[in-house]
Design a protein around this ligand. Structure first.
Ligand SMILES: [Fe+2]
Ligand SMILES: [Fe+2]
Length: 403
């Protein structure tokens, strides 16, 4: 099967995965094996569906890699948050339904731990119209993936706990699900402002971790509360909120480095990535390859280096099933992710440089790591060459492996 952006749907394309009804779990706009009617396309765009999976005879093996149950769990998490946040929106006296969140985060954690889906990012929830909710569900999912990758590090960083408890990620997932809950107390005029925020408005926005902490305090564990309070705290000590001595009212030195709880350090990386790859009122969605480039280039010192390195090992710059253009002029589909050479995955050519369709792409498989002269140069009309340089080889990882 093939990932197809909604604006590239062609007559005759047949669904390999059902299209879920955005905002509603267990209901689908169109079932698998159905041809996509072209008059559905404007509706999909309107609902915020960004891409669909369509049948491709030679790429059936991707169907086994991309587990459908993952989407069910992601939508379940999303749906629970949506119901509860909306109820609070109508009636601020309503409480957060922490027990329900705990259950769905726990189910997602167990699913990822036990399935092969837990090794790399396969699909984010994009098909939703509410940024705060889909972002919360995505950061939760990403944090669980990253936490699973960091099990050994977690045992060391949480050494006061038994190893089994140290690598239990339920509190991480819950903290990430709730990390921006304080934004519900920010005026929509500031929260959804399309233009640049004024310095005063930035100050208001920066209150959201404290607002969120006040909302969850006493209802969740201290570990979960820490994630909500400190998800904007940077590894180099920058970030917010400021720490104030409760007794004297004096400003304390900021948390920095490994003094920042490890779950907060994980949340920070996932939060930055998801915010940048999601369409917002003030910027469009960016490609993963661009966001990963920007994180490496411009976020120096912001992240725990161990966490950051692990993140680059689980997030493919070019998602599986995506159609790309190669520097040879050929068109290809991404079929694998190589964490050591992130921008040089395996691909199968589907169209030759001369425009001819390849009859059997599986016979035209190329491991780009073995072809240093061939690059992916374009994705969905975007020239990606400027984003390749620093990602060509995952240098730190290669160094670590060489030692
Ligand atoms: Fe935040
Ligand atoms: Fe966030």
């Amino acid at each position: 099967m093939l990932r197809v952006p909604v604006h590239k749907i062609q007559p005759g394309m047949v669904l390999a995965r059902p299209i879920p009804v955005p905002n509603t779990p267990y209901r689908f706009l169109l079932q698998r094996d159905r041809e996509i009617p072209m008059d559905l396309v404007p509706r999909l765009k309107q609902l915020g569906v960004l891409e669909v999976w369509v049948r491709e005879r030679h790429l059936e093996f991707l169907e086994e890699l991309i587990d459908e149950e993952l989407g069910d769990h992601q939508r379940e998490v999303y749906w629970n948050v949506r119901k509860n946040f909306e109820a609070i929106g109508h009636n601020p006296a309503m409480q957060l339904d922490v027990e329900r969140f705990q259950k769905s985060v726990g189910d997602l954690f167990v699913f990822l731990k036990e399935s092969s889906c837990g090794s790399v990012l396969l699909q984010k929830l994009d098909a939703f119209d509410n940024y705060l909710l889909s972002h919360s569900a995505n950061v939760c999912y990403l944090s669980l993936l990253l936490g699973l990758k960091l099990e050994r590090y977690l045992i060391g960083e949480r050494s006061a706990k038994q190893p089994r408890e140290a690598k239990d990620l339920r509190e991480l997932g819950l903290g990430c699900l709730l990390h921006d809950v304080g934004k519900m107390r920010i005026a929509p005029a500031i929260l959804n402002k399309p233009g640049k925020l004024t310095p005063e408005e930035i100050e208001v926005m920066r209150m959201h971790p404290v607002f969120g902490y006040e909302q969850v305090k006493g209802r969740v564990s201290a570990t979960v509360g820490q994630v909500v309070l400190n998800h904007h705290q940077r590894y180099d000590g920058r970030g917010y909120p400021a720490r104030i001595d409760q007794a004297t009212g004096e400003r304390l030195a900021p948390l920095a480095g490994r003094r920042i709880p490890i779950f907060c350090r994980i949340a920070t990386v996932c939060d930055v990535y998801d915010a940048a790859t999601t369409k917002r009122c003030y910027h469009g969605a960016k490609l993963p390859v661009q966001v990963l480039f920007e994180m490496r280039e411009f976020c120096s010192g912001m992240f725990d280096p161990v966490v950051e390195r692990a993140f680059y090992e689980i997030i493919p710059p070019f998602p599986l099933g995506q159609t790309v253009k190669l520097s040879t002029g050929a068109e290809a589909v991404v079929t694998d992710f190589n964490p050591r050479r992130p921008v040089s995955p395996k691909v199968q050519c589907t169209r030759q440089a001369n425009g001819e369709t390849v009859a059997d792409p599986s016979l035209e498989e190329m491991d780009l790591a073995l072809y240093p002269d061939v690059d992916i140069v374009e994705v969905d009309g975007v020239d990606v060459r400027p984003f390749l340089a620093c990602q060509r080889v995952n240098e730190e990882l290669s160094e670590a492996l060489a030692l």
